[in-house]
Design a protein around this ligand. Structure first.
Ligand SMILES: Cc1cc2nc3c(=O)[nH]c(=O)nc-3n(C[C@H](O)[C@H](O)[C@H](O)COP(=O)(O)OP(=O)(O)OC[C@H]3O[C@@H](n4cnc5c(N)ncnc54)[C@H](O)[C@@H]3O)c2cc1C
Length: 753
């Protein structure tokens, strides 16, 4: 007998059980997938910074480094992005063979099964480097190493299945793809109508128990060239051949694409990207039970398997591509802004250009910081589902902004397509990243906070589990414990948030981090404000918060900022508090704080319970949103990071695949160094109002060697500024034919008249 439990908790428990929104199995499995990490600390409202800073950074083994500097560089040298996209519409055969031979498809497959056994960080570094040379190649390499047959077999496959398939996937004898999306089921993938009916059938001359499959999938990457399709479908057992349940649920199986009834369609052309992608169908395809990944015991467990695999995979592939995209934009745009002159000066010197340039540079800093920190967690074997969602969403969104900025700064140079345009294809590819692995609007509005609130909150999941416990007495005990801890936590958070907000974070906890100490204080302050507002929103809205997508998105934005900014601080510390990089760090902080303050203000203004909304405003934001974003001084300093050749520039844009082929990036880099190296000479010439360097030499204004260097810089810059043009027949193979037909018709008309 406990007074608290029986007289106070019990009525609350009974009420909450009645109002707890019902959750489908697929929702529950999605929520329970993976685990939590730094997101849980942020949700406490009092993150432990020493724990974050003590977390070992991701590092590469010697073998992984050798792979990056060997086979990855060799592959990059084979890739001519223009020809791949516009002439061949595919990778060259030489690259396909090399990718298979060097086991790029088996990076995550353990060595015992013939793979390379690389860490998530190594996988990320490989994708990052290749993508700065060719997105098609990066996607081709990335897909078999993320969600798909390889990962699912490693995690859930039976030993015999692993021994049979993994060596074939590792060395490219089999090319995998993963089929989840169908025409009617996109974001709501669990609503698919693709089916597998349990029945007896003939397989390789024997009658066995298996499944008769019918499906229609689309958008499937590597589908058109795949030999092994990982297929998600709904399993049914109308004749009770496998047990008593008729609707078994989503199941994943391996389908060799040569089986009768499998039809691999033609190719889609996603945003003019030429990685292999297309639809496929199955009509009465029969597979034995042991083609289900994990065997018959895994019937109906497909959704959980997919969500678990996604919890890790989403944190690697697209964030790596996006971090590389932002770094590529920073390196190229800074160089171009330095080379390109208008009104007699480098355009990079105009404040109007500095503003987007600083945004690109800071985004590159932030995204790579977050990528590395997330990979460090993945390397340790964690599967942080909420963080993976944040990474996918934020990395692709911010890359979109960085690439837009890069396009604007390049002007016509990036608009005119041709072999000399190193940005246009990256720009076109942006919507692909935004759409795949959970389209961003859905991820922002539904997933980040929706999943985060339940998974990363210190008590909510325990309370929900207690409420749905079939044994009422047991449920009440568990609820009593979790609920009162929650109440204590809420009060502590209220006072913490109040104190920190009213003192502008002046006394909030922070490690001694030199110039960055005050940033930690602000994050501690915002974390407590976030935790308080989240608790109040959950309390006043309960399950209805799920439908309040705009509110949920704002909470998701704050959680995302808190995570990304933590990563930036960790990077700053790990790189030895580089003074030159401080501008990038300060830019990220000011911009992130502005977003956090605005979102808090929007939450307070839009919470349906107006009393709670006003109370929250009084506690966390008595004077409203006050941070204005990066100052002009920080913007100026941050832009300089990519306008000058320096160690800071190299730290910001490391390992961009650099092939010395006198095209694109190589040509730009050469011109950039020459122009920066002859800046003083150019200044002397400007001061003397001279353009002809030989005349300047004659007048003794510059030396002969200075003049020659200036001439080389001008020539290199002129080459970079060049754009392509095409003869009509080079643009259209049918041009000549249609021109001939036109002439013929003209002749006929003339004859008739
Ligand atoms: C190039 C490419 C490659 C792909 N590769 C694969 C692959 O290999 N395997 C595979 O199985 N699939 C693949 N996909 C499919 C991809 O995962 C889906 O496109 C994605 O899930 C979105 O589905 P949809 O395109 O049908 O958009 P829809 O589901 O129709 O969504 C349209 C819009 O509505 C939004 N939305 C939907 N629901 C909500 C909600 N509740 N709240 C707010 N907004 C919402 C979405 O965010 C989106 O903006 C690929 C897609 C593309 C384009």
């Amino acid at each position: 007998m406990s007074f608290r439990r029986d007289f106070i908790t019990k009525p609350i428990f009974s009420w909450a059980r009645g109002v707890l929104p019902s959750m489908s199995d697929t929702e529950r499995e999605a929520l329970e997938a993976g685990d939590v990490w730094w997101d849980a600390d942020l949700f406490t409202g009092d993150p432990d910074w020493t724990r974050l800073l003590a977390f070992a950074p991701a590092a590469l083994t010697e073998e992984e480094k050798a792979f990056l500097n060997g086979p990855v560089d060799q592959l990059c040298a084979m890739l001519d992005d223009w020809k791949i996209n516009w002439e061949w519409r595919d990778l060259p055969q030489e690259a396909w063979d090399f990718i298979k031979r060097e086991k790029f498809f088996g990076m995550i497959i353990p060595k015992e099964f013939g793979g390379l056994g690389f860490s998530p960080y190594a996988h990320s570094e490989v994708v990052r480097k290749i993508s700065s040379r060719s997105l098609t190649a990066a996607v081709t390499v990335m897909v078999p190493n993320s969600l798909g047959p390889g990962e699912l077999l490693m995690r859930f496959g039976a030993r015999e299945q692993q021994e049979k398939w993994l060596p074939r996937l590792a060395d490219g004898r089999d090319i995998p793809c993963f089929g989840l999306t169908s025409p009617e089921a996109g974001s709501d993938a669990a609503s698919m109508i693709d089916s597998g009916i349990i029945c007896k059938g003939n397989f390789e001359g024997r009658e066995v128990l298996g499944l008769r499959l019918n499906w229609h999938k689309r958008y499937i990457t590597l589908g058109p060239v795949s030999t092994l399709l990982g297929l998600a479908f709904k399993a049914y057992d109308p004749d009770h051949l496998a047990g008593n349940t008729e609707e078994l649920g989503i199941t994943v199986a391996l389908i060799p694409t040569h089986l009768p009834g499998v039809e691999i369609g033609h190719r889609h052309l996603p945003a003019m990207q030429v990685f292999q992608n297309g639809p496929n169908w199955g009509r009465d395809v029969f597979i034995p039970m042991d083609y289900i990944i994990g065997g018959e015991a895994r019937l109906g467990q497909g959704w959980k398997m997919l969500m678990t695999a996604l919890a890790a995979g989403r944190g690697i592939s697209l964030p790596s591509l996006s971090a590389a995209g932002a770094a590529f934009a920073a390196r190229t745009t800074g160089a171009y802004a330095r080379i390109r002159e208008q009104f007699g000066v480098s355009i990079g010197k105009f404040e109007g250009i500095e503003e987007p340039l600083a945004r690109i540079a800071a985004t590159a800093y932030l995204l790579d910081a977050a990528r590395r920190m997330t990979c460090a967690a993945l390397n340790e074997g964690r599967h942080p589902a909420v963080i993976s969602g944040i990474m996918k969403l934020q990395a692709t969104e911010r890359m979109r902004i960085a690439i837009d900025d890069a396009m604007d700064i390049h002007g016509g140079k990036a608009v005119i397509d041709g072999p000399q345009n190193y940005l246009g294809n990256l720009y076109r590819s942006v919507p692909v990243g935004i759409t795949v692995e959970g389209a961003n609007i859905l991820t922002r509005n539904l997933i980040v906070f929706g999943q985060g609130a339940i998974r990363a909150h210190p008590y909510l999941l325990d309370e929900m589990n207690a409420l749905s416990e079939p044994d009422r007495a047991k449920g009440l005990d568990a609820f009593d414990s979790a609920f009162w801890k929650h109440v204590g936590h809420s009060f502590a958070t209220l006072f913490r948030a109040w104190g920190r907000s009213w003192t502008s974070g002046a006394f909030a906890p922070a490690p001694d981090a030199g110039d960055a100490t005050s940033f930690y204080r602000q994050l501690s302050r915002y974390s407590s404000a976030f935790a308080l507002c989240a608790d109040m929103a959950l309390l006043t809205l309960g399950g209805a918060l799920k439908r309040k997508e705009m509110l949920s998105a704002r909470f998701g934005d704050i959680l995302s900022e808190l995570y990304l900014l933590s990563a930036a601080l960790k990077r700053w510390e790990e790189e030895g508090r580089q003074p030159a990089d401080f501008a990038a760090l300060a830019w990220c902080m000011a911009s992130g704080f502005k977003t956090i303050e605005n979102r808090l203000a929007e939450i307070c203004a839009n919470l349906p319970n107006r009393f709670v909304g006003l109370l929250l405003k009084f506690v966390v934001q008595p004077f409203g949103a006050r941070v204005l974003g990066p100052s002009d001084r920080i913007v100026h300093q941050c832009a300089q990071l990519v306008l000058e050749p320096s160690a800071a520039r190299d730290r910001l844009t490391p390992d961009i695949a650099h092939v010395d082929d006198d095209r694109g990036l190589a040509r730009l880099e050469k011109a950039f160094l020459l122009v920066a190296g002859s800046e003083d000479t150019a200044k002397k010439m400007r001061a003397a109002r001279l353009h002809d360097w030989q005349e300047a030499v004659k007048k003794g204004i510059i030396t002969q060697s200075e003049g020659e260097r200036l001439a080389a810089a001008r020539e290199a810059a002129a080459k970079v500024i060049e754009v392509d043009d095409f003869a009509p027949e080079a643009l259209s193979p049918i041009y000549k034919k249609s021109a001939d037909v036109h002439q013929l018709e003209l002749g006929e008309q003339r004859a008739a008249s």
